[in-house]
Design a binder for this molecule. Structure first.
Ligand SMILES: NC(=O)c1ccc[n+]([C@@H]2O[C@H](COP(=O)([O-])OP(=O)(O)OC[C@H]3O[C@@H](n4cnc5c(N)ncnc54)[C@H](OP(=O)(O)O)[C@@H]3O)[C@@H](O)[C@H]2O)c1
Length: 317
């Protein structure tokens, strides 16, 4: 089935933390999210043209997908785009684990297609890419992306899809001021040159780059993100203070500056929104133009912080 070109807003919305909501409790993020609060996030985002929602089976083992669908209830399917993932590491042992996992996601989200379907973490690219082809042909998936794949893996997936007349249209990697491995590895340049959309995830480093958290006010105790980031917060202060100052003269926050930086680098940030107020920040970020010197200064401060924020699921690029 022929599909229209991938067309996405300047910022996508991430829902990993939404997997912690409801009876699943306050797990990875230590956030307390309610159904009504997430509905408010959806309404504000949708009315501001932020209509691309990124989720994955592994975000709360289906919980994020279900909660997202619930929060989007009442909107016409054409008014929003869904992005979810096949995670090879939890593939079932049936005849077609990719179609099976997609089918379960579609059931949870109450739809018959996803706009953007990702191979989440690379496992065996030659094994897991071909099963996407019939799903593209049937229209069950409209566009394919690969996440956490290095250059070689991106090229192999693209070659396999290319033989069937499709292609890798998007790449989704960790990319923030503190974590620029995709830029150093040439993946950003590759995407720009080949018209592949690069989605940057964790541009806020799960809250550590928002300016809201500091050694005196750390990330929620007991959460997984606190275990990763709280020890780094003293080293991040010079950077977050400068981001705050750059934001202040524009009526924006440090978080808005982090997002604006990712846009300035030619990427589409996927920001993990948990509160309606975060949408106001994204709207501001969309309008911020950082000067070249500001970008250079922020990157120098980020390098000086000398922290390693690579996720436990990520490989070196
Ligand atoms: N493909 C992959 O392997 C992969 C891996 C990681 C993430 N992702 C995707 O990328 C998305 C983003 O990553 P993430 O959610 O892990 O982390 P993130 O976007 O770096 O940070 C999210 C946290 O930042 C805070 N926040 C969000 N917007 C804010 C704003 N405007 N102002 C101030 N604070 C704000 C919230 O913390 P509080 O709730 O404490 O306020 C939120 O939980 C995920 O949701 C997921 O969709 C993909």
């Amino acid at each position: 089935m022929a599909s229209k070109a991938l067309d996405v807003p300047a910022v996508a919305l991430g829902t990993w933390a939404w997997g912690d909501s409801g009876e699943a409790g306050d797990g990875y993020f230590g956030s307390r999210l309610s159904e009504s609060g997430l509905r408010e996030v959806v309404e504000k985002a949708q009315s501001n043209g932020l209509t691309l929602w990124d989720t994955a089976v592994v975000y709360g083992m289906g919980r994020s997908e279900s909660v997202l669908a619930q929060a989007l209830a009442g909107y016409d399917r054409s008014e929003y785009q869904l992005s979810t993932k096949f995670t090879p590491q939890i593939a079932g042992d049936g005849g077609d684990p990719v179609a099976d996992m997609l089918g379960q996601s579609l059931d949870r989200m109450g739809t018959d297609y996803v706009d953007l379907f990702w191979i989440h973490n690379p496992a065996d690219v030659a094994r897991w890419t071909p099963p996407l082809i019939p799903l593209l042909r049937s229209g069950a998936i409209r566009h394919v992306g690969v996440s956490n794949h290095n250059m070689e893996e991106i090229a192999l997936a693209d070659r396999i899809l290319g033989e069937a007349g499709f292609r890798v249209e998007a790449v989704q990697n960790h990319f923030s001021l503190l974590y620029r491995s995709s830029e150093r590895a040439g993946i950003l340049d590759h995407c720009r040159e080949h018209d592949v959309r690069f989605f940057s995830y964790m541009v806020l480093e799960q809250g550590a780059l928002t300016g809201r958290y500091s050694p005196a006010h750390p990330l929620p105790e007991g959460s997984s993100r606190a275990a990763v980031y709280n020890g780094m917060l003293p080293q991040l202060q010079a950077l977050t203070e400068r981001m705050g100052a750059i934001g202040e003269v524009r009526g924006a926050s440090a978080a808005d500056v982090a997002t604006a930086w990712a846009i300035a680098k030619g990427t589409t940030p996927i920001v993990g929104v948990t509160k309606a107020g975060h949408i106001d920040g994204l709207v501001r970020a969309r309008g911020i133009e950082l000067a070249g010197e500001e970008i250079a200064e922020l990157e120098a401060l980020a390098d000086a912080a000398d922290v390693d924020t690579r996720g436990f699921w990520e490989q070196g690029m």
